[in-house]
Design a protein around this ligand. Structure first.
Ligand code: SF4
Ligand code: SF4
Length: 539
């Protein structure tokens, strides 16, 4: 159950007046509804991470290891030496303030420590104190802060009020990426056992079964078989959905939520129908049964290991290349980190569409193509028959999910696909889409029930833009291409813009797709009646 949250009218009254207290004072109020629970010891143990013990952030005693301070400082030193970006981000901020009002958590809370510049300063001040001459000599006068337990708690609080969305970095004239600072903050906290359960449990499940929910291979197969049966009932078409098929041309990796949760599941139905329509030689994998990578929110080491399973499975199955589904952080890891962590994937081939012959040169190194790139190419080359009238019950807009938009620049393909399969489409205001898109407010593992108020606050700017297109154009559907969005936008929009629907782009593709041998459609993939039901076949 979600924590009780104040009514929307109450939450919308944001007080932007700065507090009287000196920002360097670190005391944090762990108020219910504004933070996530600590990681359970079994999950730390499973991942081989330090200091497993029962604890909660609201406890006075966090049961830190006796040498916690040395551990954090040694970890910081190590990372300053290993990651040039980290040292650079600690050194070059000129406090111009261009990022200050760009974070959705600042806009939704009015808390200055949610300004990206100040969020980074929470760590920079410690960096200065221990790793720069002025800070070592002059302490506070040199801009330094002692690393105390209260500072550690403050890091925990504010580095879990950043969804690592990277919106602020778009506006920084120096390209400072506060998400990377947050990643370092979380990684350092993990060194002393202070991570959140909603991150470590999915990561531990992935170690064990390959996916976030701990779905075992037989259950994964059951879910996919169920989707095949249901699709046949709806369309009259019996598709094949191979799992672990050796020698298939393509490995298709999805977020596991598509096999059990709605609205994600309808995306799976859409893609299964698409692959049938084009006769694709592909396979799913019961081991690489998750594209999402919660290692991104834990440590570089966990991220690397979770990403490696996709490539290990591609090698085992002997595929030529990998197609990836509507997932968010999978793509950030693939585009920004995979090559230097596990790549280049030279044992695979440069991806070429078997239907159009298009060479996906942008995936030359990772060998991994996004499903929207793949489908956009099919449509552009005239290889799909679609009837966009079948989506006439929807007036759609598109929410750019942070990672595909900002970490891989996937801006036009989903729009091209949507405009091809949907007659009524309206953009949200320019300042809230594409590279400048607003986060759902629950990414990077923060989508927990106990964190409900903070999520509603963080998602406020996105919801506001949705409300705008609802009021102006009658939009009733937000399309997106991220599993976290599909899980977190429904409660967010129910709170701020009740009655709004959320769907994957390939759900709408599946609705519109005209497939040889199908029966007349009267319903969409959700089982909802079409605006204009078609005549039965043969009528
Ligand atoms: S990365 Fe996103 S959530 Fe984090 S500080 Fe920047 S804008 Fe805010
Ligand atoms: S925009 Fe960049 S340089 Fe300016 S305050 Fe923010 S992080 Fe610092």
């Amino acid at each position: 159950m979600a924590e009780e949250a104040p009514a929307p009218a109450e939450l919308a009254k944001v007080d932007y007046r700065p507090p009287a207290r000196d920002w360097r004072e670190p005391a944090v109020d762990f108020r219910r509804g504004t933070y996530c629970y600590g990681a359970a010891p079994k999950n730390l143990q499973y991942l081989g991470l330090p200091n497993p013990r029962p604890w909660q952030p609201h406890d006075a005693d966090w049961k830190l290891p006796p040498d916690w301070k040395q551990t954090i400082l040694a970890g910081m030193k190590d990372r300053l030496e290993r990651f040039r970006s980290f040292r650079l981000f600690m050194d070059i901020c000129v406090r111009c303030g261009a990022c200050a009002d760009k974070c959705h958590f600042y806009l939704g809370t009015g808390d200055p420590k949610n300004m990206p510049v100040l969020r980074a300063e929470l760590m920079r001040s410690v960096y200065r104190r221990y790793f720069t001459l002025p800070g070592r000599l002059l302490g506070r006068l040199g801009g330094g802060r002692e690393l105390t337990e209260d500072v550690l708690k403050e890091w925990f609080y504010y580095y879990h009020q950043c969804t690592e969305c990277r919106r602020c970095s778009v506006f920084c004239p120096f390209g400072i990426d506060t998400a990377e600072v947050t990643m370092m903050g979380r990684e350092l906290l993990t060194l002393v056992g202070c991570n959140i359960n909603w991150i470590l449990e999915p990561a531990a499940n992935c170690y064990r079964t390959g996916n976030h929910l701990g779905i075992q291979p037989h259950a994964f197969k059951d879910s996919v078989d169920f989707a095949v049966d249901e699709l046949e009932e709806m369309t009259g078409i019996r598709v094949e959905a191979p799992i672990n098929k050796k020698g298939a041309e393509i490995l298709y990796v999805i977020p596991s939520a598509e096999t059990f949760g709605t609205p994600h599941y309808y995306t799976l139905l859409g893609t299964l129908l698409l692959f049938h329509a084009i006769g694709l030689d592909y396979t799913l994998s019961a081991y690489a049964s998750e594209g999402g990578n919660f290692g991104l929110f834990t440590s570089h080491e966990v991220m690397k290991r979770l990403n490696a399973k996709i490539y290990a499975e591609a090698r085992r199955l002997g595929v030529k290349w990998i197609l990836g589904g509507e997932c968010g952080h999978m793509w950030r890891v693939v585009h920004q980190y995979m090559d230097t962590m596990n790549g280049p994937a030279d044992f695979l081939e440069e991806p070429v569409s078997p239907v159009t012959g298009t060479r996906f040169a942008q995936a030359r190194s990772t060998k991994m193509v996004h499903i929207c790139e793949f489908t956009a190419d099919l449509i552009r080359e005239g290889k799909l028959r679609v009837d966009p009238r079948r989506n006439d019950h929807w007036v759609a807009t598109f929410h750019d999910s942070c990672n595909p938009a900002r970490a891989m620049g996937l801006l036009e393909e989903p729009r091209f696909v949507l405009r091809s399969v949907c007659q009524r489409f309206h953009e949200m205001p320019e300042s809230t889409i594409r590279e400048r898109t607003f986060c759902c407010g629950s990414g990077s593992g923060l989508g927990t029930d106990e964190n409900f108020e903070m999520r509603m606050r963080g998602g406020f700017p996105r919801a506001n833009a949705v409300r705008h297109v609802r009021d102006r154009f009658g939009v009733n559907l937000v399309a997106c291409i991220c599993a976290i969005d599909k899980a977190t936008l429904p409660p967010l929009l129910e709170y701020w813009v009740p009655g709004m629907n959320v769907a994957g782009v390939h759900e709408l593709v599946g609705n519109a797709l005209v497939v040889e041998g199908e029966k007349a459609r009267t319903q969409d993939l959700r089982g909802q009646p079409l605006a204009s039901p078609e005549a039965p076949a043969g009528a």
